[in-house]
Design a binder for this molecule. Structure first.
Ligand SMILES: Nc1ncnc2c1ncn2[C@@H]1O[C@H](COP(=O)(O)OS(=O)(=O)O)[C@@H](OP(=O)(O)O)[C@H]1O
Length: 692
């Protein structure tokens, strides 16, 4: 009978898929995979046109709504058997989904079951028209032996084989027979069994309940006669089994701390988790196609919507639902590229349909773990302060705009944005990279000396008049120590800082920082060029950071040149977003009140822009002129960055992002003209390489 599972069309069957609505584990790792496993089941239901019932609490009710589930249950607390009985009765009475569908089958799947591929075909015809009518199909893995082979409820299997069975799949025909079976099953569940379960487990795990059903089907002939119990592929398999099957069970992976007792020993659990990751990584392309998605790159864990069908299909609708009240446009960087100026323009001249985050810039929501962990509702409230539920806000049609300087190049931000807002437009403001590098270094050096005083005046060093002012402004002990040291060596007797001394310190630090960073980048370049940001970040050690403070320090204190290698970062964005959603923008355009590009990106922004003309927000004075900086270091910086500018030009051209002759980035167009046939003869070659 099992071979008939393949190739049978379930199209005619009306199925209700019932599954736990997302189990929360103690660790983020477990919760992540549980959510992913749930997503695969939701995809399955949506792609087959099945009705979906997510069992769980308020949170999962919201998830059900967000993902298009037709129903959700917030009251089920009597375990899986009583829920199934209620659903059966409602289906039989025609009160469930009345007028929408006539449910003929109820399919229950456990939380730890992952739909790995598109090949799940249920033999509805066989079940109804065989020699004996089958009302119940149960797939269970005997966890003490993954290779038990196929067997029916009537097979002579040792009782122990089912003792710790993993019953992840149960298909029940909606009829009186099944209702009687479930009633008998409920009676059979001893009170003590139910008492042991917490309400949460009762509604969500349900495994113990179904193990009891297994016993019933095995030992009582009246039920056994119309049941089929499958304990092996092709329907479902254990994670360690290499057979092909559309469903995999990860029940004993130890993903949730609460499961520790029943889970595998640590090394086996680690293997199991690696297998789980692989299953997601290699999810069947045919299955992804069904949901209009594809792998971002061969072998990549990232999945993105299919570019050729941007506005139909399930995924966009799903994302559209989640993103209803979240920003539709993100200005993601780069840092020190005039974002404050752009933000000021938007704030002063934004048409009514644009919503800035309550006037705030730099939310850093996707780049900082601590902010991201606060959750999407918190993020939504930045744009809709009165909203209390995700996806519900008074002005969903408005275009929220998030301007944050860390999204472009902080390690986790791009993939988080792609996961949450894959349909948002992304604006990259790219300032000439040597200028950007100098601005970033300057800003940092000023912070090292002045601490918080940097916010109050562009020449903040003039506000440092005594040690007290250093102490009052500094943010941490290490920085205070360094700032005091500099103050003591550069202060005159009257307390004012000697300019020449500061200039010397500035030039020394600029040299040391730049040389150290170029050395590090060169070492990585040998290994990864022209790799994507993942590889570079791995090499630069940026992926090892756990806390927001650490990553912030690494990015702000010593990644001045790295953040100007735009081509590498852009390559990452292009793996996650279709090019038509990305725009590049030269901040100098902001100084041109007639800028067509600005109008194109922010329609309706025209009135009063004239008044902004020539304003450079957030500018800082430089204690040292560019011409007085060490020229050998400047030259290195220019050469290093020019190479990546060439790659950037190639990328922009290949993806149609640069405009006619790179007109969107005049600084780049100029540099490329200067390169042709002159000092930088291999520029064209590098640009072509970057198309890979
Ligand atoms: N329109 C325009 N074009 C080019 N450059 C401009 C523009 N507006 C501001 N600026 C300069 O950008 C620097 C500040 O950038 P940001 O506001 O993005 O800084 S931050 O990342 O948010 O801290 C800061 O650079 P420096 O003064 O060189 O430090 C600003 O002077």
């Amino acid at each position: 009978a099992l071979s008939a599972f393949h190739g049978t069309s379930p199209a005619a069957a009306r199925v209700l898929l019932v599954t736990p609505g997302g189990r929360r584990c103690d660790g983020a790792h477990g919760s992540y995979f549980m959510t992913k496993a749930l997503q695969t089941k939701i995809h399955l239901a949506r792609s087959r046109g099945w009705a979906l019932w997510l069992v769980g609490d308020e949170r999962t009710a919201a998830a059900a709504a967000a993902t298009g589930g037709v129903l959700s249950d917030s009251t089920a607390s009597g375990g899986v058997a009583s829920l199934l009985l209620e659903l059966h009765r409602a289906c039989e009475a025609g009160t469930l989904l009345a007028g929408v569908a006539r449910i003929e089958w109820i399919l229950w799947m456990g939380a730890d079951v992952l739909v790995e591929g598109a090949g799940l075909a249920l033999p509805f015809d066989e079940l109804t028209s065989g020699v004996r009518t089958i009302h119940v199909l149960l797939a269970a893995l005997a966890t003490n032996s993954a290779h038990d082979g196929e067997g029916g409820a009537d097979a002579d299997t040792p009782a122990t084989a089912f003792k710790e069975a993993d019953p992840g799949f149960l298909l029940l025909r909606v009829d009186g027979w099944s209702t009687r079976l479930i009633s008998a099953w409920l009676e059979d569940l001893t009170l003590s069994q139910r008492a042991q379960q917490t309400p949460d487990e009762a509604g969500i795990g349900g495994a113990d309940d179904i193990t009891a059903l297994l016993g019933l089907l095995r030992w009582e002939s009246q039920w056994r006669a119309h049941a089929h119990v499958a304990r092996s592929p092709p329907l479902m398999r254990d994670w360690a089994d290499t057979a092909v099957s559309p469903l995999i069970s990860f029940r004993r992976c130890g993903l949730c701390a609460a499961d520790q007792e029943s889970s595998l020993p640590p090394t086996r659990a680690a293997e199991c988790q690696a297998a789980l990751l692989r299953a997601f990584t290699h999810a069947d392309d045919a299955f992804l196609q069904l949901i209009d998605a594809e792998h971002a790159a061969a072998g990549s864990v990232h999945v993105r919507p299919v570019e050729s069908r941007p506005h139909d299909g399930w995924l966009p609708r799903h994302r559209g639902g989640l993103a209803a009240c979240l920003p539709k446009l993100l200005v993601v960087g780069s840092q020190r590229s005039g974002l404050a100026s752009l933000h000021a323009v938007l704030k002063r001249h934004s048409p009514p349909h644009l919503r800035l985050a309550a006037g705030e810039r730099d939310l850093h929501f996707f780049s900082m773990d601590n902010r991201y962990k606060e959750g999407l509702l918190q993020y939504q409230q930045k744009f809709h302060p009165d909203s209390t539920r995700l996806r519900e806000c008074a002005h969903a049609s408005h275009d929220g705009v998030d301007v944050s300087s860390t999204y472009f190049d902080y390690p986790k931000a791009p993939s988080r944005i792609a996961a949450v807002l894959p349909w948002s437009r992304i604006v990259l403001v790219l300032r000439e990279p040597v200028q950007r590098t100098l601005s970033a270094f300057n800003f940092r050096w000023l912070t090292w000396l002045c601490g918080r005083a940097i916010w109050s005046r562009p020449d903040c060093w003039a506000a440092i008049t005594n040690e007290e002012s250093v102490r009052a402004n500094q943010v941490g002990p290490f920085q205070m120590h360094a700032a005091l040291k500099l103050f003591r060596s550069c202060a005159s007797k009257q307390g004012a800082l000697r300019h020449g001394c500061l200039q010397k310190d500035y030039a020394i630090k600029f040299r040391n920082k730049s040389l150290a960073e170029i050395e590090q980048l060169q070492a990585c370049e040998l290994n990864v060029d022209p790799g994507g940001p993942d590889q570079w970040e791995g090499c630069l050690g940026l992926r090892a950071f756990t806390g927001p403070k650490q990553i912030r320090k690494a990015m702000e204190d010593s990644a001045f040149i790295w953040r100007s290698t735009y081509a590498i970062h852009l390559r990452g964005w292009l793996q996650l977003f279709p090019a038509r959603l990305l725009s590049v923008f030269d901040p100098e355009e902001l100084l041109d009140p007639q800028s067509e590009e600005l109008q194109r990106l922010f329609p309706g922004l025209s009135s009063g822009i004239q008044a902004m003309s020539r304003t450079r927000e957030n500018s800082r004075l430089y204690v040292v002129d560019r011409k007085d900086l060490p020229q050998d270091v400047m030259r290195m910086l220019e050469i290093w960055l020019r190479k990546y500018n060439c790659q950037l030009a190639g990328l922009l051209e290949a993806h149609g992002l640069g405009g006619e002759s790179l007109s969107n980035l005049p600084w780049l167009a100029k540099q490329m003209q200067g390169e042709r046939g002159t000092a930088f003869t291999d520029c064209a070659g590098l640009a072509i390489n970057s198309r890979r």
